[in-house]
Design a protein around this ligand. Sequence first.
Ligand code: ARG
Length: 433
Amino acid sequence: MKLWDKGFEPNEIVERFTVGRDRELDMALAPYDVEGSMAHIRMLESIGLLTKDELSTLLAGLQDIADEIAAGRFEIEEGIEDVHSEVEKLLTERLGSVGKKIHAGRSRNDQVLVDLKLFYRERLRQIAEQIGHVFDVLLSLSDRYQNILMPGYTHMQVAMPSSFGLWFGAYAETLIDDLRVVAAAYDTADQNPLGSAAGYGSSFPLKRTMTTQLLQFQTLHYNVCSAQMGRGKTERALAYALNAVASTIGRLAMDVCLFMSQNFAFFSLPDEFTTGSSIMPHKKNPDIFEVMRAKCNRLQSIVGEVSLLTTNLPLGYQRDLQLLKDITFPALDEMDEVLSTLAFILPYLRVNEHILDDARYNYLFTVEDVNRLVLSGKPFREAYREVGMQVQRGEYQPNKTVHHTHEGSIGNLCNAEIRAKMQAVLQHFPSGQ
Ligand code: ARG
């Protein structure tokens, strides 16, 4: 049975092809579909399209469905094409003809839009919270290892002294910039599309500001066509946000894989967090970070998928848009898993506190030695040449004391300032319930 039933049965192949994964994916939208419907019918009552009694009957019916969803007792039945159809069908079955009244002044096009906005808004808020958690873990590791030096590289060649404090803190501070992109996606999602109906509004005197307030949206998409165009735009903003976060975590994962290699041995993991080989008995592999790197690379690709799916679609609803859910829903789950796994594993990373005892890292200190000569009065270029010639002749002996004092350097990480910067960006998001 279809909401749009006109007395003929659709072809089965067409039906299966067009419904796609909706019955499975729409389950995530169910609580928001009910929430959107509640706001819509309150508004319908306020403009006289429902009586007070009808409103309370419908609200009670919707509340029952909300409870069933929360208890895991809700399903989109075989033959019902999506969550919107299922909710309306249940209401009509249970309440009779009053159930048939809720759809006045809306279309599934704005219904799915409002569901998606509410769903994305909440998922982005959760991601922000998780980023905040990973940030805290990274920055406390940065505090803990602030005095433990490690080699810094440029061109993959030994360059200058770095520290584990600097390394952990670098990823923490970079996540703040990623969070700014998440905040932009959050703002894009936080706009009410309800009332745009099929994409061209309605001849009913809908009160869109009222539903905006009821659903606690920051603002509304005023122009009804722009509301409809928000499908695709919101997903694009979300894809950029996931891309930003994934790019940072992917690089972190790559560093860990590299630095766990015996040729580096900066990091190690307790045995139970490594995986073995079926042929090489000695292997203890960092698969967790490899899978994390792969997931992050794949997550970055959804910007391309969303862009291609929506590029050059003409104005107005097109069924193509339905497939955005196939891209964004699994990506959100994957991001969630990556962030929680990262927060879980990071504290188990063991740091090699004595790497710099190895003579292969002696050249890390050439700049320190040049700078010491400069501080004792030698012009920089002469000091550079003096140390350079020692290296060239194979006579260079490092002085391994380091003294870095400026903001953000290994001797002055400014983690308190970085924490304050993160707090300011996190303020953008409401705290969780
Ligand atoms: N499942 C559809 C989607 O995600 C719901 C909207 C259907 N609207 C329509 N006019 N067929 O886009």
